[in-house]
Design a protein around this ligand. Structure first.
Ligand code: DQA
Length: 147
């Protein structure tokens, strides 16, 4: 099936943006690594990024019935967006929330996720490897279904 890699605001600047916090690798590097991880499980990657809340909401809606899982870094919308939370609640596709940085070590306003309660799980603070670990999770699920 398909797995969606979804990135929110400012993540198009990954690699250039605050590299001391987010590292030097780009979103293209992330997509390549995730794709390599999904391939043995016969998953295809759909990679999308937007700086616009409404566009992210539209893509989450479109995921229903078309993808088997979403790997989602919502950026700062994590801490603010009831609308994204409602979008995730409106679909039955499992969503894994990923944060590159350890949000709990940072400013207080990053400690709360409005989305985590409606996600399958959350991976935080492991750098871009967090995206890969989410891909490993979806791959292992599909191997289990094949058996
Ligand atoms: C982030 C953490 C958010 O607090 C921040 O607004 C981001 C990136 C992360 O991946 O660590 O844009 O989601």
């Amino acid at each position: 099936g398909n797995i969606m890699l979804l990135n929110g605001p400012n993540l198009n600047r990954l690699g250039k943006r605050e590299p001391d916090i987010y590292g030097h690798e780009t979103l293209e590097d992330v997509a390549r690594i995730v794709n390599e991880t999904l391939r043995p499980a016969n998953h295809s990657l759909i990679a999308k990024q937007s700086n616009h809340e409404g566009e992210l909401i539209d893509w989450i809606h479109e995921a229903e019935g078309t993808v088997d899982g979403i790997i989602f870094n919502p950026g700062a919308y994590t801490h603010t967006s009831i609308a994204l939370r409602d979008a995730i609640s409106s679909i039955s596709v499992p969503v894994i929330e990923v944060h590159i940085s350890n949000v709990h070590k940072r400013e207080e306003f990053r400690h709360t996720s409005l989305l985590a309660p409606v996600c399958t799980g959350q991976i935080v603070g492991l750098g871009i490897q967090g995206y890969q670990l989410a891909a490993v999770y979806f791959s292992s699920l599909s191997f289990r279904e094949e058996r």
